[in-house]
Ligand binder design. Structure first.
Ligand SMILES: Cc1cc2nc3c(=O)[nH]c(=O)nc-3n(C[C@H](O)[C@H](O)[C@H](O)COP(=O)(O)OP(=O)(O)OC[C@H]3O[C@@H](n4cnc5c(N)ncnc54)[C@H](O)[C@@H]3O)c2cc1C
Length: 543
């Protein structure tokens, strides 16, 4: 084992949150920061730059952990794909690039659970500071941050029909889905600028690669935390099979994401004692919540054929039209290749009495099909709708299967295990059908491909969901923040009972946010860095 030099801080994982933490902690130049990233590829990876590359990377083990869930009742016994970015920028380098903060109520709920400093009023200044966006109100939106956020252009002809139909079912156009209200139909805001993906690697790390106090190791897989008693003092990791270790004089911040952060804690002896022993690991610190509280947005894909030609992306994805799109992209950085797959979304309430939306449909103006393991834009013209209950309540778990760091953990989603999630998803499917049956969309709508018009009853539809839904790739909550017996970190993201150790990524979210999880994960990275630096300043003042 090679002993590396000591650092002030070690950050594990250069993803949405970790890249931000490392960038901010190294900003002043006062601290030496080591950033360990298991993936080998950087932001110059071709498909990570071109927005359409998401579909190429979604099952590419060169840049993706390509996990799979365990079969369970909610998935009809299937193993569901759980893609996670494994490269600089983490999942922000392979994701769908939709930028959605969620609702003010999401964060207020975290604060109500006892997490001081996490109400919407607390986190709003962080969101404003981190983003660079031209639209919306000055009160709510940030203009000068490091993360470039833009509006998706309203270019696909079908979108105008979708927007008009949504208006007729009481969902008017909302110019800023991250603004005062989330309700209505709106163009997706995206982390795309100049036709290129804006991952945290691009926005937070590439510009500061020259900092002498920020040491980045790619292809460095953290295998265990080094604990001396109840203090974390470093990380054991491997590069190309060679074991190494590094020591942190101040803190280790684990940012491995919702799957790998609890896994690393468990491999280090932090978690449920009996489970760890059964996997051959000596428990160091009993923390029963590690790996529990897994939440995600379960998502059936509703599909309809579109009868009229040239309304969807499907027509642009082959032959001379694809060549034209490639040229458009090469010359101007625009067109189909420069777009998110989800240009427009609706947010709505599934029942009376709710104050804010509890459901969303993300609309892909095309059909896709699976060719082997690859997703391809289909020949047939159509529309795909990803249906989500926003704050779904089903919880599952992630636990190691063995003491081998290379073995993927067992991911159990337990989807549809609450009445709330079952009735919610039925309402979302029916809203999707209602939208497609409304003018002027109705006139171009063809056959309902999935679930299929013959499935009407609650049981038929739930059965279809169980057997066909995927996730929306938003696992959260497995190292949840709080003060109850299942909380893993406190409101400053310090691991309960262990000194010198924090977790900062999507795993700390106690509950799901109302929408996609990249923006919240980046905010968590920003807030963590702020708290770590405040601790350092306080210690200095006290010394
Ligand atoms: C296919 C896909 C599409 C998505 N679409 C969207 C979208 O459109 N909009 C949106 O907001 N969200 C989207 N998401 C979700 C969003 O990207 C994630 O919630 C967010 O990126 C999570 O950030 P994180 O910091 O928690 O983890 P990640 O960004 O996944 O970062 C974890 C990092 O840690 C590294 N790592 C893990 N374990 C180790 C280890 N042991 N040693 C060293 N390094 C390690 C990983 O390689 C990775 O780089 C999508 C996700 C996926 C996968």
């Amino acid at each position: 084992m090679t002993d590396n030099a000591a650092y002030d801080y070690i950050v594990v994982g250069a993803g949405s949150a970790g890249a931000v933490v490392a960038s901010r902690l190294s900003e002043s130049g006062a601290y030496r920061v080591l950033l360990l990233e298991a993936g080998t590829k950087g932001s110059n990876h071709f498909w990570a730059r071109v927005p359409v590359g998401t579909s190429k990377m979604i099952d590419d083990p060169a840049v993706n952990w390509c996990y799979k869930s365990e079969p369970d009742e909610g998935s009809g016994g299937r193993r569901i794909d759980v893609p996670r970015g494994k490269m600089m920028g983490g999942s922000s380098s392979i994701n769908g690039m939709v930028y959605m903060r969620g609702q003010a109520q999401d964060y207020d709920h975290w604060a109500q659970l006892g997490n001081r400093g996490w109400s919407f009023q607390d986190v709003l200044p962080i969101f404003r500071r981190m983003e660079r966006y031209d639209g919306g109100s000055d009160k709510l939106r940030g203009r000068n941050g490091l993360l470039r956020v833009t509006d998706t252009p309203r270019k696909v002809p079908l979108l105008e029909k979708i927007i008009a139909a949504a208006g007729r079912i009481g969902l008017p156009f909302n110019p800023d889905l991250n603004g005062e209200t989330q309700e209505g139909i709106g163009m997706s805001q995206v982390t795309i600028s100049g036709g290129k993906r804006q991952s945290t690697a691009v926005c937070y790390l590439d510009p500061v690669r020259g900092r002498p106090n920020l040491i980045i190791e790619q292809g460095a897989m953290a295998e265990a935390l080094i604990l001396e008693g109840k203090r974390c003092v470093g990380v054991r990791y491997s590069v190309n099979g060679v074991a190494r270790q590094a020591r942190a004089a101040r803190e280790v911040i684990v940012c491995g994401g919702s799957i790998n952060s609890p896994k690393l804690l468990e491999l280090s002896g932090i978690g449920q004692g009996a489970l760890l022993r059964s996997r051959g690991i000596t428990p160091v610190h009993e923390l029963p919540g590690v790996g529990e509280n897994l939440r995600d947005h379960y998502s059936p894909r509703i599909k309809f054929a579109i009868k009229e030609r040239n309304l969807t992306f499907n027509d642009n994805a082959r032959g001379w039209r694809l060549a034209r799109e490639a040229l458009k992209y090469a010359l101007f950085g625009t067109g189909f290749l420069a777009s998110t797959a989800v240009p427009v979304r609706i947010y709505f309430r599934t029942r009376e009495g709710l104050e804010t939306p509890d459901a969303t449909i993300s609309i892909l103006p095309f059909l896709y099909e699976m060719v082997g393991r690859q997703r391809r834009v289909a020949k047939r013209q159509g529309i795909t709708m990803n249906a989500n209950v926003l704050r779904s309540e089903s919880t599952g778990s992630i636990h190691i299967k063995s003491a081998d760091p290379a073995e993927p953990p067992a991911i159990r989603f337990n989807f549809l295990s609450t009445e709330h999630d079952r009735t919610g998803i039925l309402a979302v499917i029916r809203k999707g059908r209602e939208l497609m049956a409304t003018s002027p969309l109705k006139e171009v709508t063809g056959e309902e491909i999935a679930p299929g018009a013959r499935l009407q009853s609650d049981e038929e539809l739930l059965d279809w969901v169980r057997n066909n839904a995927e996730t929306t790739y938003h696992p959260v909550g497995t190292c949840k923040m709080g003060s109850d017996p299942l909380a893993v970190v406190d409101s400053e993201l310090r691991v309960h009972g262990i000194e010198g150790l924090r977790v900062a990524d999507a795993s700390i979210m106690p509950t799901l946010t109302s929408g996609n999880t990249n923006a919240p994960a980046i905010m968590i990275g920003e807030k963590c860095a702020e708290m770590v630096l405040a601790t350092a300043t306080a210690r200095k003042a006290a010394a």
